[in-house]
Write a new protein. Sequence first.
Length: 152
Amino acid sequence: MPQIYAYRCTRCDLALRSGWGGSMYVLDDTGQRVICPHPGEYFVAGLVLGFSRDEAAAAHLHVDLVKKWWWSPRKRREFEERVKLLISHTGFLTDMVCCDCQSEFSIDLTRDVRECPTCHSTNVFSVTKMPGKQCPACKLGEIIEIDTGMVS
Ligand SMILES: [Zn+2]
Ligand SMILES: [Zn+2]
């Protein structure tokens, strides 16, 4: 259960999106990225990819353990194929902030170009890396992390 943090400036009212850094996504059959909310992200991803509810539940609980577990060799092979599909079609969108125009956006750091979609600046950082950095809005304060006391 990750903690939820908020990020704000010590001097101005800049507040960055709180969360736990990003969210998982799955590619649907048209190539669109569908956000998979936490908890249950692999379950949602499985359903988007056409798994039965049982398979999606199994994928969510056993995505790392699947090699040890299934009831028939044929079923198990099919399920392993599905899990490979699941792994190749999912990724993680990291919440980012642009230090030039202060827009917030989410990108897959392993697949996307690391730049701001609004102003094309490459002066962009993961929101969770902002604490201790100069505020991109007022350039006077510092970004601090606040524990919201919530977990997701
Ligand atoms: Zn500020
Ligand atoms: Zn920008």
